[in-house]
Design a protein around this ligand. Structure first.
Ligand code: B1M
Length: 212
């Protein structure tokens, strides 16, 4: 790992936003690929934060400041994650499911979708099934994208699909899900149309769902 990436990694672990911002700029200036900065510097560091939390060495405040440093770094990286492709492939309603406040992965998926010219309606975190339904009706989006990071909130993906059925709009939208505990098997089990492991695969999946 180059010195800039190491400092980004360390900066996220320490929740040092200034160090992260300076080194994202420095890495870009050194022509390090944005995807490398993202994956090896930032996402790898959040993985380590999760491990430290599991090991009882980090607590919620450390996770929070690490998350804040990462979000700020992502804002700097955002313009570099776009494709030049201009025609919009479609509209997506995105959010983190009810009871769940984790939004870094969801924001990354939203950012990459926007970079690929999708129109994105971001409902934020803790989004109830009713709120997703309302947003689909209002926006006419073709895709609903749900993120969950907690095993305890995953069932709200199924609850949202049930709410779409109840509202009579299930066949108007494709349902895409993702997040650390989510698998293809879970997507199949709850009747989602697609699952993606990471943000760039989420873009490919969204495009593929619209071709069907
Ligand atoms: Co939380 N947390 N957290 N946390 N947190 C996890 C998820 C945990 C795995 C940590 C651990 O124990 N190792 C654990 C969950 C355990 C479980 O459910 N089995 C956990 C816990 C327990 C909790 C609390 C309950 C802690 C507490 O209060 N005691 C609490 C719950 C709060 C709530 O939501 N109600 C909590 C709180 C928090 C903070 C608020 C402090 C903070 C979040 C800040 C924020 O998001 N603004 C936080 C953080 C930072 C984490 C970890 C460390 C990092 C998550 C992250 O941002 N990763 C996390 C540990 C870990 O995941 N290793 C952890 C980086 C991000 C880029 O990855 O979100 O996975 P991720 O997104 C990926 C893919 O999953 C995918 O694309 C992204 C990569 O390209 N993806 C999609 C995501 N969504 C997608 C949607 C798609 C497609 C792909 O299509 C729609």
């Amino acid at each position: 790992m180059g010195p800039e990436l190491e400092k980004i990694y360390e900066g996220i672990l320490d929740g040092n936003t200034k160090q992260v911002l300076e080194n994202v700029e420095a890495a870009l200036a050194a022509n390090i690929q944005p995807a490398v900065i993202l994956n090896e510097g930032m996402i790898a560091a959040m993985g380590e934060v999760g491990q430290l939390f599991e090991d009882g060495e980090y607590f919620v405040p450390e996770m929070l400041i690490a998350a804040r440093a990462m979000q700020k770094g992502l804002e700097v990286l955002k313009p570099y994650l776009s494709e030049d492709d201009v025609q919009s492939p479609g509209k997506v309603v995105i959010g983190t499911v009810k009871g769940d406040l984790h939004d870094i992965g969801k924001n990354l998926v939203a950012m990459m979708l926007e970079g690929a010219a999708f129109e994105v309606v971001d409902l934020g975190t803790d989004v109830s099934p009713e709120k997703y339904v309302e947003a689909i009706k209002e926006s006419g989006a073709q895709i609903i994208a749900m993120s969950a990071l907690l095993t305890t909130t995953m069932p709200n993906m199924k609850n949202t699909i049930d709410a779409l059925v109840e509202a009579g709009i299930r066949d108007q939208v494709k349902v895409m899900i993702g997040g650390a505990p989510i698998t293809q098997a879970y997507a199949d089990q709850i009747g989602a149309d697609g699952f993606a492991e990471d943000a760039s695969r989420a873009v490919a999946k969204a495009k593929a769902l619209l071709q069907k």
